[in-house]
Design a protein around this ligand. Structure first.
Ligand code: ADP
Ligand code: MG
Length: 442
């Protein structure tokens, strides 16, 4: 300990520390501390909340010991007072809330208003909206999964926008799993891991994109899981997106169990009508007028990824700006021909092909699938065939149903729902369905 008067000991500490931490850190954590009283045996500091006290002791205990009187155990002799609640309300937490909102990196276009609903995403969209309207009070966590380019990130940002607008007081953070891991690495490097932990644990809402990137990152998984549990335990809202359902992620059982606690919602490929609606919406917002016929043409050819649809609209938009020509199917076909490669525009899958492949994999006869038998194996094969028909063929349910020996559209819908649920929990069935699908696609 330096032999000097206590007040100047604190002032010296401040001067010393100011050169050691960033301006923002100093401003956020050190500047709010007030020296209240100074005596030879201890000093009294006023802090806005317990986090500041912890921050000070966690990071600078040794340095403090060099400048301040010591207790018999060697700790710096500081008595802390927490600022009265009125002042507390306008001090650190509030400032941080504003700052975080300000920093929140949301894509301005990814709002609920810009999200087109259809049967493939209606359920997920209303779950997302429910969470945004009543964070921490409906489904927690909300786990959204589905293929690439189907709007998962869009919905995550929509939740962020809505909460930012309607729940201004809530502290919210949106991150990709990659940037969460980077944050941890940075924090470890700059020895501010406790601060980072405190930050994440002080959130009201945490939105995490692409959790599949946590797979095979063992060290980070544990930190993630701890944060996750800390938030859930306080009823703080968590929303996660993933390209797979929780059970298919290579993560610890503990992590998977937590993610399944709330609501697991699946997004599928939008049907033809929804794709057309998306095309109309996106093109209008770019000032491009796409006639219905052309919108259908595009929707028929690009069917499994909305991002590709957007790519197509961007090309058309660029083309029509340059050429100032009317878009007709021939022009569109020419412009988009590259994109359609791999999307197999000429190969339309038929119910017959599906039946053939299902019959082979499930070892039943096509006539049995089309028939009425309620025998377990046959009924399952029939439901899988209906599921795949709805997933892979862009016809009305009624038309699909009639190809199954005159079943009704509600039978097809029921089968589709049942198998959609089953493939998420039944590994064998999932593999069988994949096999059928691959046979058809090749
Ligand atoms: P994912 O995260 O599932 O891979 P994104 O959320 O990034 O997909 O979506 C890809 C693009 O498609 C985004 O530009 C998004 O706005 C758009 N998109 C996807 N689904 C819809 C939808 N239902 N309505 C409007 N735009 C959509
Ligand atoms: Mg995404």
């Amino acid at each position: 300990m330096l032999d000097c008067e206590n007040k100047s000991g604190w002032v010296q500490f401040l001067e010393f520390i100011e050169s050691r931490c960033s301006a923002a850190e100093y401003q956020n954590w050190i500047a709010p501390i007030q020296l209240i009283e100074t005596a030879t045996e201890e000093i009294v500091l006023e802090v806005p909340n317990v986090f500041v006290k912890e921050y000070l002791l966690d990071n600078f205990k040794d340095v403090l010991a060099d400048f301040l009187p010591l207790r018999s155990n060697g700790d710096p002799a500081i008595q802390f007072q927490i600022t009265a609640s009125v002042r507390q309300a306008v001090s650190l937490p509030e400032l941080e809330v504003k700052e975080e909102h300000f920093d929140l990196k949301l894509n301005a276009l990814y709002t609920f208003e810009n999200f087109i609903e259809g049967p493939s995403n209606q359920f997920v969209k209303s779950a997302a909206f429910g969470v945004a309207a009543r964070p921490g009070k409906s489904y927690n966590p909300l786990f959204i999964h589905g293929g690439v380019g189907l709007g998962k990130t869009h919905l995550l940002h929509s939740i962020g926008h809505y909460i930012q607008e309607h729940h201004k007081k809530l502290k919210i953070q949106i991150i990709t799993t990659e940037s969460f891991i980077n944050d941890i690495v940075d924090a470890l490097r700059s020895k501010s891991i406790d601060k980072m932990k405190r930050f994440y644990r002080s959130l009201d809402i945490l939105l995490i994109d692409d959790i599949q990137f946590l797979q095979n990152r063992l060290n980070f998984e544990e930190e993630f899981c701890n944060t996750f549990e800390a938030l859930l335990n306080q009823n703080k809202q968590i929303v996660i997106t993933s390209d797979k359902p929780p059970v298919q992620l290579k993560l610890s059982e503990r992590m998977i169990a937590r993610m399944e606690w709330g609501l697991v919602a699946h997004m599928t490929v939008p049907d033809l009508e929804t794709r057309v609606a998306i095309i109309k919406h996106k093109s209008e917002s770019r000032g491009l007028n796409i006639p219905n016929q052309i919108a259908f043409f595009i929707a028929e050819h690009i069917y499994n990824n909305v991002r590709q649809i957007e790519g197509a609209i961007n090309r058309l938009s660029a083309h029509s700006r340059l050429m100032s020509t009317q878009l007709d199917v021939d022009v569109v076909e020419k412009i988009l021909s590259e994109m359609f490669q791999g999307n197999a525009p000429n190969k339309k899958i038929s119910v017959e092909e599906i039946l053939k492949s299902v019959a082979a994999v499930f070892e039943v006869r096509i006539s049995e699938i089309k028939g009425e038998s309620r025998h377990k194996e046959i009924a399952l094969a029939r439901q899988v065939a209906m599921y795949l028909a709805k997933e892979m063929i862009d016809d009305s349910l009624m038309k699909i149903a009639s190809s199954f020996g005159g079943k009704t559209h509600s039978t097809v819908l029921h089968a589709w729902k049942k198998i959609s649920d089953q493939v998420q929990i039944n590994e064998l069935l999932r593999k069988q369905v994949q096999m059928v699908r691959r046979n058809i696609e090749n």
